[in-house]
Design a protein around this ligand. Structure first.
Ligand SMILES: CCCCCCCCCCCCCCCCCCCCCCCCCCCCCC(=O)SCCNC(=O)CCNC(=O)[C@H](O)C(C)(C)COP(=O)(O)OP(=O)(O)OC[C@H]1O[C@@H](n2cnc3c(N)ncnc32)[C@H](O)[C@@H]1OP(=O)(O)O
Ligand code: NDP
Length: 506
């Protein structure tokens, strides 16, 4: 019997960010392994015209939850969606709901965040810092609370090369930042943002670091732990391999590469690609919840959920395997044939951007105009290149994360828990994982059918022929222009012709 699964039995669990990528997998695993849990409260806002109930209905009816429905047929009765907006005071939770949350909650998993790299500082602070502070305040009023688990990121201190499982102070106190957001206007905030974030690449990593400081400062008597995952990718094993439902991290780039939009990138092939499957993060999170509640460590423990020091893989190897998978299972209606040119040089990268990305987009838009359609490719390409430029920071550096606490926890688990809540990435076969990841992107993000593979392969052959034709035409035009202008080129051309005739006559 799994001790961790048994621990969550009969518990009332509060999850923020349950509608997000990680939140959904966390809920799924909880219901599947502890179907006798009492209730999962989830804080949900309305979005895209959907009520909170409709959003929950959609999640429960997704493929991700198919196994859960077998194990826990009354899952819809055990999930209690509470309307909440983490940007509002008291999260805009009704009095009755708040009362229920305060009096019943046993465990909190705080996953909600804005993960956008380009969010204005005010918004990122509101969600990643102020909301965390408010949630801690709520937690301090919960008499039955056993553990508060905060999800941060391994990149909250990405300005350092070696990162320990400790909280590093930021030069300006989070409280001062929160206060200043109240009275500074947007223009001034924009102006001081680069100074505040310092040598971090974006507001996301900066505000996640501030969030950790808030956790440390406001922890009071609470039992708290912080988990720092690196780049979270599709599921490795559970509930099935390759599940992914958003474009963050590598997923969007896999689409862009598979559809032939992205063919080169400024990336260091030997840099460690610190990907971590989402089910691994969830298993560690649940194990940490159990350990924190049962063993009540004296101080706030931080757990790095990373792969680099256990089972390193580099971007070069990953890119290669992604391309190999595209050969077997190509994406439909590609713009160009997939390719992967890695360059570490900024000038070469700009050259490839012009030749491989912008020029084909301009030519295609010209073709759309000629055929009476609205040009769109240049705009799309500009957006993609902007996204890529934001991710480049993470594919040109390697970090070392110490994993003392994570290893300690692994050794504390019974063999059964090590199996059911496996977070040992040493067992992960990267080539297999990447292949499943690409397949998952095709199935669950692009919603493409495997029956379309022969047609997709045929389309790629057509693109290859167009490519050869285009290059031959370009060469002939260039050569014709050269011959018209240079005696030397004419001499070479006639020499080649004479040689060809000579050999043909023999
Ligand atoms: C698995 C192996 C990977 C190999 C890669 C495959 C390629 C192989 C061969 C290719 C050849 C080239 C070689 C490439 C190989 C190099 C490897 C690259 C991979 C890796 C990169 C990962 C780095 C991630 C680092 C993460 C570190 C921190 C981790 C965290 O803690 S948090 C989670 C990470 N957060 C994010 O990823 C958020 C990023 N997104 C944003 O910040 C924003 O969305 C934005 C990018 C700034 C864009 O904002 P906009 O306002 O402009 O637009 P919007 O959000 O509305 O979206 C616009 C359209 O763009 C689409 N889109 C959104 N996000 C992405 C994305 N990440 N990638 C691609 N496209 C994206 C969005 O859907 C919109 O589309 P539309 O609706 O059609 O317009
Ligand atoms: N994905 C990754 O690569 C990594 C993620 N992390 C961390 O993991 C955690 C989960 O990330 P992930 O699941 O990928 O992120 P997602 O963007 O998929 O999910 C974010 C969640 O936060 C919720 N949320 C955002 N704003 C509000 C709001 N104002 N009120 C209520 N809820 C809100 C979202 O709700 P809604 O659906 O309504 O938008 C969603 O449920 C985050 O803390 C992130 O920092 C750490 C390392 C890597």
């Amino acid at each position: 019997m799994s001790m961790i699964a048994a621990f969550y039995g009969g518990k009332s669990i509060l999850i923020t960010g349950a509608t997000g990528f990680m939140g959904k997998v966390l809920m799924e695993k909880l219901f599947r392994t502890s179907p006798d849990l009492k209730v999962i409260y989830i804080l949900v806002r309305t979005k895209a015209g959907q009520t909170t109930q409709q959003r929950v209905f959609q999640i429960l009816n997704s493929k991700l939850f198919e196994k859960v429905k077998e194990v826990c047929p009354n899952v819809h009765e055990k999930i209690r969606a509470i309307y909440a907006d983490l940007n509002q005071n008291d999260f805009a939770i009704s009095k009755e709901d708040m009362q229920e949350l305060l009096s019943c909650t046993n465990i909190i998993f705080h996953c909600a965040a804005t993960v956008r790299f380009d969010d204005p500082l005010r918004h990122a602070v509101q969600l990643n810092v102020t909301a965390t502070q408010q949630l801690l305040l709520m937690a301090s009023q919960m008499p039955k609370l056993e553990a508060f688990i905060h999800i941060s990121t391994a990149f909250s201190n990405c300005n350092l090369k070696h990162i320990d499982e400790v909280i590093y102070p930021c030069p300006v106190e989070p409280k001062k930042i929160i206060d200043s957001m109240e009275w500074l206007d947007d223009a001034i905030i924009d102006e001081i943002t680069p100074k505040l974030i310092g040598d971090r690449p974006n507001t996301y990593t900066y505000t996640k670091a501030l969030g950790e400081m808030v956790v440390q400062q406001e922890s009071g008597n609470l039992n708290i732990a912080i988990i720092r995952p690196s780049i979270v990718g599709a599921t490795w094993q559970e509930p099935f391999p390759g599940w992914v439902d958003n474009l963050n991290g590598p997923s969007g780039l896999i689409i862009a590469a598979g559809k032939g939009f992205l063919r080169s990138i400024r990336a260091t092939p030997m840099a460690v690609a610190d990907l971590i499957p989402v089910d691994t993060v969830v298993n560690l999170t649940l194990a940490v919840g159990w350990y924190t509640a049962v063993h009540r460590p004296k101080s706030t423990l931080i757990y790095h959920c990373t792969s680099g020091n256990f089972n390193p893989c580099n971007w070069g190897k990953m890119g290669f395997q992604v391309l190999a998978t595209f050969e077997k299972v190509p994406f439909e209606r590609a713009f160009r044939r997939p390719n992967a040119d890695f360059t570490t040089n900024t000038i070469t990268s700009q050259y490839w951007n012009a030749v491989s990305h912008r020029a084909p987009a301009i030519i295609y838009d010209f073709y759309l105009r000629l055929t009476g359609r609205k040009p769109r490719m240049t705009k799309l390409m500009n957006r993609l290149l902007r996204t890529v430029s934001m991710l480049e920071y993470f594919v040109n550096r390697s970090w070392e994360w110490s994993t003392y606490n994570t290893e300690m926890l692994m050794s504390e688990l019974s063999p059964e828990d090590q199996r059911v809540f496996n977070f040992d990435v040493r067992q992960l076969n990267w080539l297999e994982y990447i292949e499943n990841y690409v397949l998952g992107v095709k199935k669950y993000l692009l919603k493409e059918d495997m029956a379309g593979i022969p047609e997709a392969k045929q389309h790629l052959r057509r693109l290859r022929n167009i490519h050869y034709l285009f290059n031959t035409a370009l060469f002939l035009i260039a050569w014709r222009l050269l011959i018209a202008r240079s005696q030397m080129a004419r001499n070479v051309w006639f020499f080649i012709l004479r040689m060809m005739i000579f050999y043909l006559r023999r």
